[in-house]
Design a binder for this molecule. Structure first.
Ligand code: ATP
Ligand code: MG
Length: 329
């Protein structure tokens, strides 16, 4: 984070120098500098899209930051209001600022009703913010896309399709040859340890196996980002522990950006690079915890590692000062 901001700061200073040299207004100079930089690094389109959103030189500094650092998402000043049944407004999220780095495993934890699912839906593009903006790699999120897949608590598998067909369903929009599609499906069946179950129907599988199909389906389209809303909540604790370990192994291999909502503190700390702790009414970020435990992480750290236990208690303390979580009730 520090590096990213330092970079952005350097860009701003460089822009000021360019502005002075060419007697240009600073915003314009900043734009030209960025276009030059962007041709070397990422997309010019991304910056132009940001630029359209940027009314002032101050905002430009942030836009430069978004373009120059390896940010997958940038959530800025996002509030979301819903209308209650009596017509009164309900503030689900208020003034959320959050940067999500590419390849990061980020967990969001917080009391029931604090807006976790709302935040995930905003990032997925299912809903739009009332105020503020969500950017993906510098481009405003305006709707869902195959670059972001979602995993739900209730597996959301089609009961009339086999395991292979459920996984292949996620590939629907992609123009793949039959053999390529078949190979991709088989690869993901093996990855989640379901070899031999390709022709089984969801009703013939255990809860843990269904959730593995769900993981495979989320990964098969090769998304940049996997969004998970309490994917393991319905599982018994042994299956849950196993699946956490498998998810971690899959994430280390795939190096996608994973965004997980959970009520389980241990799960959040075990899996994540950072844990976002939220509070309710209105939904806000209370704290961001950096999980500095080295990787790879062995399953035993959950009971033995002093750093793990400290971080777990830190998150629990933060939650304990707010409304109780669904888990603790
Ligand atoms: N479509 C909607 N219409 C009206 N209100 C909504 C809608 N979606 C969410 N809300 C409200 O917004 C608030 C946040 O809901 P959200 O589902 O994001 O919470 P959450 O943190 O995911 O909770 P949980 O842990 O129980 O899943 C709640 O008060 C909820 O009633
Ligand atoms: Mg929710």
């Amino acid at each position: 984070m520090l590096t990213a901001w330092t970079k952005a700061g350097a860009v701003v200073r460089k822009n000021a120098r360019i502005a002075a040299k060419h007697r240009l207004p600073q915003v314009q100079a900043m734009h030209s500098y960025c276009v030059i930089e962007e041709t070397q690094h990422t997309s010019i389109g991304g910056f132009r899209s940001l630029k359209a959103l940027s009314p002032s030189p101050v905002d430009n500094a942030w836009l430069v930051h978004c373009c120059m650092s390896r940010l997958m998402f940038s959530v800025r000043g996002v509030s979301k209001h819903f209308e209650k049944r009596d017509g009164k407004p309900l503030s689900a999220l208020q003034e959320i600022d959050l940067d999500i780095r590419a390849g990061e495993f980020l967990s969001i934890i917080g009391p029931s009703g604090c807006g976790k699912t709302t935040l995930l839906n905003l990032v997925a593009g299912f809903i739009k913010p009332t105020t503020g903006v969500v950017l993906k790699q510098g481009v405003e999120v305006r709707g869902p896309g195959p670059d972001r897949t979602m995993m739900f608590q209730d597996y959301a598998l089609f009961p009339w399709l086999t395991v292979a067909d459920n996984i292949a369903f996620g590939l629907g929009a992609q123009r793949l040859r039959r053999e390529e599609r078949y190979a991709r499906v088989n690869h993901f069946i093996s990855l989640v340890g379901l070899d031999g179950f390709d022709t089984a129907y969801p009703s013939q599988l255990s809860g843990g196996m269904r959730q593995r199909v769900s993981i495979a389906r989320a990964l098969a389209p090769d998304p940049d980002v996997v969004l998970m809303d309490e994917p393991f909540a319905a599982l018994d604790s042994l299956t849950r522990d196993r699946l956490q370990e498998e998810l971690l192994a899959i994430w280390s291999r795939a190096r996608k950006t994973f965004l997980l909502i959970t009520h389980n503190v241990e799960e959040a700390v075990f899996l994540s690079d950072r844990v976002i702790v939220m509070e309710a009414r209105p939904g806000r970020i209370r704290s961001v915890i950096d999980v500095t435990i080295p990787r790879p992480r062995a399953p035993e750290i959950r009971v033995r590692d002093p750093l793990f236990l400290n971080l777990k208690h830190e998150v629990l303390d933060l939650l304990g000062n707010g409304t109780p979580t669904a888990e603790s009730r």
